[in-house]
Design a protein around this ligand. Structure first.
Ligand code: ADP
Ligand code: MG
Length: 241
């Protein structure tokens, strides 16, 4: 506990909520969390990452413990791996079919970047990861339910995801993790209704929700308050050098 307090103070991390999980200081601490996947550790090593950034040190244990999460940290502070690592570890251990995790991103470019990080992090694991775009939608449409059953993680802009849901090419009833990334941009770009619709489509009782954002404007606060249950709230107050 004392270590956690000093870690948080020295990295200017503010964490609030009940029953807070302890931060991790090193990626080797991942073995203490639920469902550590050896390939993930090896991949992080290969990518040259040894220590988590401040937002990663808090978000990874929170999501590994299946806690709803509000995470605010500056651009460039490593938010992508903060949700990709715990999601990959968790879904690699799930045996059920169907989409296990959904990441919503405001732009196609950002969705593609998240996809690349997820693919690199999950190398050596048998996961099916895709960006929802025209070609994936065509594949889902032409495929005899096979592709749909086998998507583990999907990354999408709001409009493409809504299109996939409306046409029943994707179904989020099995989804365990929903991440709204760059939430300030998502809502600032006017995707409020679409975001609500996506949240409503994730009908699983044990759904874990996470909001990642560089800033916390009132509309992001309102969204968080309306969809979260006993969330862990993490605010990192400075930019990594
Ligand atoms: P954000 O989403 O917060 O803007 P990104 O997830 O895009 O930030 O990460 C910014 C950069 O930091 C990327 O180049 C990424 O590879 C790097 N990075 C992420 N995590 C770590 C880490 N633990 N150690 C070193 N570099 C990292
Ligand atoms: Mg980001």
């Amino acid at each position: 506990e004392e270590d956690a307090a000093s870690h948080r103070a020295s990295h200017r991390i503010k964490v609030t909520g009940t029953d807070l999980p302890l931060p991790i200081a090193s990626f080797t601490d991942l073995v203490r969390l639920a469902n550590p996947q050896p390939p993930v550790l090896r991949n992080l090593e290969r990518l040259g990452f040894s220590d988590p950034t401040p937002i990663q040190s808090e978000a990874i244990p929170a999501l590994s413990n299946h806690r709803d999460l509000i995470a605010c940290a500056p651009t460039g502070s490593g938010k992508t791996l903060a949700f990709v690592i715990p999601i990959i570890n968790s879904i690699a251990a799930m045996k059920n079919k169907g989409v296990k995790a959904v990441i919503v991103s405001p732009t196609r470019e950002l969705a593609t970047q998240i996809y690349e990080v997820a693919v690199q992090t999950s190398r050596g694991l048998d996961l099916s990861i895709g960006v929802v775009n025209k070609s994936l939608l065509a594949k889902l449409r032409n495929n005899n339910a096979g592709a749909k059953q086998h998507m583990d993680l999907v990354i999408s802009t709001p409009l493409r995801l809504i299109e996939a849901l409306k046409t029943q090419l994707l179904d989020l009833s099995t989804t365990q993790f929903l991440v709204l990334d760059e939430a300030d941009r998502l809502l600032g770009d006017g995707f409020v209704e679409q975001t609500d619709e996506i949240v409503a489509s994730c009908t699983n009782n044990s759904l874990v929700k996470a909001i990642f954002s560089a800033t916390m404007p009132a509309n992001v606060e309102d969204l968080a308050n309306s969809i979260m249950h006993s969330a862990v709230r993490v605010i990192v107050g400075y930019k990594e050098a």
